[in-house]
Each structure stands twice: as C-alpha cells, then as structure tokens.
Write a protein that binds this ligand. Structure first.
Ligand code: PMP
Length: 431
C-alpha cells in the first residue's frame, strides 16, 4: 500500500491548518508521529483513502459511527433535513420526538437539553450541579476524558486529598483547584476525597464504563458506592455517557448496570454521525437551567434539525432486534481470534472487551484503572498499529482507545481482521 497522496495532503494541511489536523489525536501524536491517512470515502465498515487503499474501520470516528458509515437510513434522514432547511433557531417537533426517545431509553433523563458536542454537554452538567448545590468543587477519576473545557482538563494531584493541576496550558490554576481527581475503581480513595472535601463538592463526574483509557468496567459495587457516598455528602452524581450511551445496549450504561445518576451527559452515537451533545437528569435539578432557572446555557446550533433527524434515524436502527447481540458475538469472535494469534506467537497482550468494543493492551496483565493502562506498552502498540494500517485495518491511533464494531461489520470482516493480526504477530519485528 502506498501513501504518497496522504503524505502530500498532510504537507499541504500543515501549511494552513494548525498541526495539519482539527483534533490532535488525528496527527498520530499518540503513536509517536507519522503521516495520518487522508480518507476519501466511507461506506459500511470500510474506508477508502486518497491513494485508493481500502480499510476495515474500527475507529468508527471515535465511537459515533455505530451503524457503519453512510448508512442509507441515516443518509436519507440527513437529505430530508437538508431539503427542509438545516437550521431554524425555533423549536421543531423533531426535538420533541428525539427527547422523548432518549427519555424512553434512559428514564433518568426526566428533562433533556440538546447541545452540539460532548464537551458542551459535560461542561453544562457541571454548571447545573454547581447551581443546584451552591458548591464549586468537582471530583473526577484519573484518565477519564470529559472534553476540552477548562474544568475537566485537570490531572490528578498527589493523593485524594490533593487538588488537581492543570493538564493543559491555558487552564487557570484557580480552576484546577476546583477539581479533585481519584483513581477509578478505588472506593476508599473516593471516600477519602469526600471525607476531606465533601461539604464543598457539587458533583462527581464519572464514565460509568470507561472508554478513555480503553474499555474498563466498574468493579462490582463501585458505582453503587459512589452514589451512596456522594449523596450522603449532598452532592450530585454525573454520568458522562458520551461514549457509553447506546454503545452497549439500547439505552445508557446506567440501564445496563442498573445504577442511576442525577445528571447525564450524552454525545457521539446519538447524533448518527452529525455534531451533537445532550444533557439531562432529574426534573428539579434540570430546572436550574434558563429559561426556568438561574443557570445559563444556550446555543445557536443546539437542537438543529439535521443532527436531531440523523440521531432519530440512528436510534431507530439500534432499536432493531439482535443489533447488540450480533455486535457482541462478532466482538467475541474478534477477541478470541486475537488471543489465539497472540498465544501462537507469544505476543504479550491483554484484551478488555464489552459487547462490540474492545481494547488490546500490550505488555500488561490486567487493566482496571488508568495507572494500569498507562503502564501498557505504547511503543509496542504503535508498531502494531502501523503494521495493521499498512495491511488495511484502521484502528484508533492510541493505546488508550477502543476498537469499535458497527452493525455493518460481518463475520468475513472479522475473519479478515484476525488473519491480519496473525500476519502481524507472525512477522513481529518489534525491537
Ligand atoms: N466525554 C467522553 C467520555 C468522551 O469520550 C468525549 C470525546 N471523546 C467527550 C466527553 C467530548 O466529546 P466531544 O469530542 O464531542 O466534545
């Protein structure tokens, strides 16, 4: 496979777009650099790049593309929206329909608001929690990503009683001081943080199933303990379900795990591939938001008919019988195939999988928190990634990301992927 055109386009891009990309991970920063592939067309589980190479795609645009690329049902919804006008700045009945669909699927969303990205959704849940409690501090979990707003770009301090440090230049220290970061799956560290800061904490922000240092499930009782300890302290539980909602079943991880938060942030899948975010929760809490309450949130593009109609179409597809069962079966087949190949060629991997999402970690035995994921071998992953790419398999360019299956991947695609993994492992030349 040649990449000459991608190389040329990347050169041109760097001359006009900062860093050549519009989101940093696309630059292959996470795998030590290289030339990102410029994709030209996508259909179902496949990509074609500018050099006319074909790929089986497991990036799924970092999660949203769960029904495969350019699904005709979603494409038709977007076409219809385009013909009827893509932006009104007035309410539409599409928003009523979609909000009702979301609430039917995730009953804790007694009231919903649409925004334009996961970042906005999370940012606003924090505002709601602060308005409702009259407190400022937030607790989050190490390694979880919640978008690029100031408040969540904060790294762990040196212990549960220590406040955070900015994780990005440009985030004021004073803002980082409002955030406490504790390890995922560690109830005692969380309890210690609440014991120390409890009366100042507005909300506890958590990915109920982690998607941002690979797929990491909560240990038994972890989320229940968070609910109990948080509520006892008078704070709110906020689930960031931007990745998880509609990924592991029709609804949220909260439905799957039977634990209910006060507020939920959504994004990705619910836009069917168009820009969207949403947040919602218990009615009395949501009533903090304008026009009913004193906390402000607005958006020119919020609830735009194109994103909403694409989202409705996407959820309609996910409601079909056996959709998740099939992705689970294919995920199981893929996991088993990768394991078998790794055993045959002595490649040290661990796989975390839930349904149609999995992460392959190198050189680490068990991953249940960020520290474990951090200790996985990034150079080995980078080597694996590049070998897979060269052979027509497109993964996310980071050791922390998941492989996402779609409803359009077939058994044949999985078999081809496993054969490719075998080819890479059997020619393993990682120094
Ligand atoms: N929360 C989570 C859990 C995410 O994974 C992401 C994006 N990867 C976000 C929030 C931010 O969403 P967006 O990129 O749409 O702003």
């Amino acid at each position: 496979m040649g990449f000459e055109k991608s190389e040329q386009f990347y050169k041109e891009a760097k001359d006009v777009i900062l860093g050549g990309v519009n989101s940093p991970s696309r630059s292959f920063k996470g795998i030590g650099g290289g030339t990102p592939v410029f994709m030209k067309k996508a259909k179902g589980p496949y990509f074609w790049d500018e050099d006319d190479n074909k790929y089986i795609d497991y990036l799924a645009a970092y999660g949203p593309i769960i029904t495969g690329h350019a699904h005709s049902h979603i494409t038709k919804a977007i076409q219809a929206a385009a013909e009827d006008g893509v932006l009104y700045g007035t309410p539409t009945t599409h928003e009523n329909k979609f909000a009702t669909m979301l609430r039917d699927a995730i009953p804790s969303l007694e009231r919903v608001r649409f925004v334009n990205s996961g970042t906005e959704a999370v940012m606003t849940t924090i505002r709601v929690a602060r308005a409702y409690t009259g407190r400022d501090k937030i607790i989050k979990f190490a390694g979880c990503y919640h978008g690029h707003s100031d408040l969540v770009l904060v790294a762990a301090g040196s212990g549960p009683s220590t406040l955070g440090n900015p994780d990005s230049a440009g985030v004021p220290k004073s803002i980082a001081q409002e955030v406490i970061t504790v390890p995922f799956n560690d109830v005692e560290a969380f309890r210690e943080a609440i014991n120390h800061w409890g009366t100042e904490v507005a909300g506890v922000l958590v990915e109920p199933i982690v998607g941002n240092f690979g797929i990491v499930e909560p240990e038994a009782g972890f989320l229940e303990a968070i609910n109990e300890i948080t509520h006892k302290a008078g704070a709110l539980v906020i689930y960031d379900e931007v990745i998880t909602a509609f990924r592991f079943g029709y609804g949220g991880a909260q439905n799957l795990l039977q634990v209910e938060p006060d507020l939920t942030a959504l994004g990705k899948i619910i836009g069917g591939g168009l820009p969207i975010g949403a947040y919602g929760g218990k009615r009395d809490i949501m009533e903090q938001i304008s026009p009913l309450g004193p906390a402000y949130q607005a958006g020119t593009m919020a609830g735009n008919p194109a994103s909403i109609r694409a989202g409705i179409a996407c959820l309609e597809l996910l409601k079909e019988p056996n959709v998740y069962k099939t992705m689970d079966q294919l995920g199981e087949q893929l996991e088993a195939g990768i394991h078998k190949a790794a055993q045959a060629y002595n490649i040290p991997i661990t796989i975390n999988r839930l349904m149609g999402a999995l992460t392959v970690y190198f050189d680490v035995e068990h991953v249940s928190n960020y520290e474990h994921a951090e200790n996985s071998n990034g150079e080995m992953f980078a080597y694996f990634f590049k070998q897979m790419l060269k052979r027509g398999i497109n993964l996310a360019p980071s050791k922390y990301e998941a492989w996402f299956l779609t409803t359009e991947h077939s058994e044949a695609d999985i078999e081809k992927t496993i054969e490719t993994v075998e080819a890479v492992f059997s020619n393993w030349d990682f120094a």
